[in-house]
Design a protein around this ligand. Structure first.
Ligand SMILES: [Mg+2]
Length: 184
């Protein structure tokens, strides 16, 4: 079995979940990070929490490029991690399939993440072959082992950067697995 830990940053308004960024790390060592060029920037601008917590971790241009990115942009459109949503859908499908047929998806409070991930390809029925139909939740695993969130390793930096969050989810998942083995 190969596990893939992932995290999405998204805008949700009670009706829709719209992708901002996605980070994925696979047990075989591969990593993927992308920012959705097609994110609803006007709505995000009006969302204070996202503006304060998520937008600061989006690519802002480095070196000379930094001076060329207009202040009015939420992120640097020229950064290579910034991609069209359809392109991200293809990349993510390839990333998951490359883990082989025995793959598990894992996330933290992953219900929304799973829906937003699956919607990359359309309706539930459009889910590509090889992409699991559900996501395991580290919260559920912690609860099953009788642990609360404060008992787990804490994230030191990068919270709300999707890739940093995905890496931290992996740390927790592995920590829980070790703990489970010791207890067995
Ligand atoms: Mg996150």
């Amino acid at each position: 079995m190969v596990a893939i830990d992932y995290d999405l940053e998204f805008l949700e308004d009670g009706r829709t979940i719209e992708l901002i960024s996605i980070g994925m790390v696979a047990d075989d060592g591969r990593e993927y990070y992308a920012v959705n060029r097609d994110m609803p920037v006007r709505k995000i601008r009006k969302h204070q929490w996202l503006m304060e917590n998520v937008v600061p971790s989006l690519p802002k241009g480095a070196g000379d490029r930094r001076n060329h990115v207009p202040k009015s942009w939420l992120f640097d459109y020229a950064d290579p991690v910034v991609k069209r949503r359809e392109r991200i859908a293809d990349d993510v499908m390839d990333f998951i399939r490359a883990a082989g047929p025995d793959v598990e998806l894992w996330a933290n409070y992953g219900a929304y993440d799973h829906v937003a991930l699956a919607q990359l390809w359309g309706c539930m029925i459009d889910l590509p072959e090889g992409v699991p139909m559900f996501t395991h939740d580290i919260q559920q695993e912690a609860r099953r082992l009788g642990l609360g969130w404060n008992d787990l390793p804490q994230q030191e930096s990068g919270e709300h950067n999707a890739l940093a969050d995905a890496r931290h989810n992996r740390t927790i998942r592995r920590w829980l697995a070790e703990r489970n083995q010791k207890g067995a």
